[in-house]
Design a protein. Sequence first.
Length: 66
Amino acid sequence: MATKTRTAPKKKEPAAVETSLSIEEQTKAFLSKGGSIEQVNTGVSGQQSMSGPRHIDLGNSRPRNS
């Protein structure tokens, strides 16, 4: 009878606090070098749309024959 071997449990990911602290440090370094932060309104995106407008017709695609 074969016995099952237990594998070591996976290590937990570092807490989000470490990430927040590193972002804060990077922000301070950026500002100390003369950088500035621009306040952007909610809902505004800096991404450029690569596709044109999409016109969708949900009606019958075949022309009607009267």
